[in-house]
Unconditional design. Structure first.
Length: 456
């Protein structure tokens, strides 16, 4: 029997999760990665957004652990934090402070470098997987009917080789050239959509005060997109090695500066100053890193009537999201699960691509329906049905500030642990229409003991 071979383009999180799926279905897997991969938990040049806040939602965390069993334990052993939500979440939503009800879901917080390294290390334990680093794809082999491999080039020597493959998976991310390659095959242009709030990020790492180095909550002050001014946020994440990663953001006209002297003042200037107060006396461990790679962009590959056999795209190659919602990594993991399910079922590449599109839908709607509301946002306005739905979600989030069953439904959907359809169940709709029955806390839900661990 002939040896089967699959090629994964991209060695980031999505690519490594994809490779971990393909070992179940193919004899050999080659990962093609343009960067040199670090030997430890360090950022790499191909992921400029890696230095900023990354949230691994419980839905994505469970998906990763199902694809690579033991990954969560390895992350926690390496210093990642498991943050229960909403019990360990101090968060000012657009509608008010989220109550700290008993745990309903969880979020994993650590540096992106640590997460990538742990996933990569576990995936590459399988000797079916080999990695070509310092190599980038040039074009697909085959035709509009079937992809048969990929032409790749060494970035130093410029030597080119053809990799024959039974399946090629594009996980190259935001810079994917797949639409152009499909056009070279004579296929129609791929429909795309973009919603850009103009958001900019500024991130700095601090040493957590020793009493707050472990067991400290996520502290997050969100913007209200309906306010008539730029939306500014501040988020404090506990990460490994007793550190806090603090990311500030602002939409068009309210972007945070990368000037170190302005960082704390900006954190104090958002809707509530709590993050600025917590870091005011903390020791900085890094410069301030900036980023503007925050637009939501989606390629509707699943809408092409003709799709080549032997080709699939997932991760940021299909859709990228404003990172403030923390959904990108989880959607990549759940897309890898959809790929696995499709291969197990013997589905065509086109059917698998359509399944990945369905995985993307909920997070895409959640991000874009919010971002289009910010002043100066660029994108297609919400249709009437979208505006009605947005008003409903606003009321639902407001209701979630006092009603535990609605909080649970919202968190199940937001952490990608349950379908978005759960937000429209009769029980949740009734509670939302009735509205909140208690008073929303006017002050941050940080406890006196938690504040004392920082200031005392």
């Amino acid at each position: 029997m002939a040896t089967t071979h699959a090629v994964v383009l991209g060695g980031g999180l999505a690519g490594m999760l994809t490779a971990s799926v393909l070992v179940r279905h193919y004899d050999e897997i080659t990962v093609v990665e343009r960067d040199k991969l670090p030997d430890g938990p360090s950022p790499r040049s191909g992921v400029p957004q890696a230095r900023h806040a990354h949230l691994l939602m419980s839905g994505g965390a469970r998906a990763i652990d199902a694809l690579l069993p033991g990954t969560l334990d390895a992350l926690f052993d390496a210093g990642a934090h498991r943050i229960g939500v909403p019990n360990d979440l101090v968060s000012l939503s657009a509608q008010g402070w989220v109550p700290r009800f008993p745990e309903m879901q969880f979020i994993v917080t650590c540096s992106r470098g640590l997460l990538d390294w742990v996933v990569r290390s576990r995936a590459l334990r399988d000797d079916k997987i080999s990695v070509l680093t310092g190599t980038e794809p040039v074009s697909l082999l085959g035709d509009r009917g079937a992809v048969t491999g990929v032409l790749v080039e060494d970035r130093v020597s410029r030597e080119r080789i053809s990799l024959e493959a039974d399946l090629v998976v594009d996980a190259t991310g935001r810079g994917s050239r797949l639409p152009a390659w499909l056009a070279e095959f004579g296929l129609p242009s791929v429909e795309s959509e973009s919603v850009d709030s103009g958001l900019a990020y500024a991130t700095r790492i601090f040493r957590a005060p020793p009493p707050a180095a472990s067991g400290f909550p996520i502290v997050n002050v969100q913007a209200n997109p309906r306010d008539p001014h730029p939306g500014c946020t501040a988020t404090l994440l506990p990460i490994e090695d007793g550190r806090w990663l603090v990311t500030l953001s602002g939409t068009r006209g309210g972007e945070p500066s990368t000037d170190e002297s302005e960082f704390v003042d900006f954190a104090r200037s958002v809707r509530n100053p709590v993050v600025g107060e917590l870091i005011a006396s903390a020791e900085p461990l890094s410069p301030v890193y900036g980023s503007h790679s925050t637009a939501n962009r989606r390629m509707y590959f699943e809408r092409l009537r003709s799709w080549p056999a032997g080709l699939v795209a997932l991760g940021d190659s299909v859709a990228t999201y404003n990172p403030v919602y923390g959904h990108g990594m989880s959607i990549a993991a759940q897309s890898a699960q959809a790929l696995d399910a499709g291969l197990r079922a013997g589905d065509s590449a086109q059917r698998i691509q359509r399944g990945i599109g369905k995985v993307v839908d909920g997070a895409w709607a959640m991000a874009t329906n919010q971002d289009i509301l910010y002043p100066g946002a660029v994108g297609k306005p919400l249709p009437l049905a979208g505006r009605v739905l947005q008003r409903y979600v606003d009321r639902l989030v407001r209701t979630a500030t006092t009603e535990a069953p609605v909080t649970r439904a919202f968190l199940d959907a937001f952490t990608l642990s349950a379908p978005m359809a759960g937000l429209m169940s009769p029980k949740v709709v009734w509670a939302t229409m009735r509205g909140p029955r208690g008073e929303v806390s006017p002050e941050p839900t940080l406890t006196a003991a938690e504040r004392d661990r920082v200031t005392g």
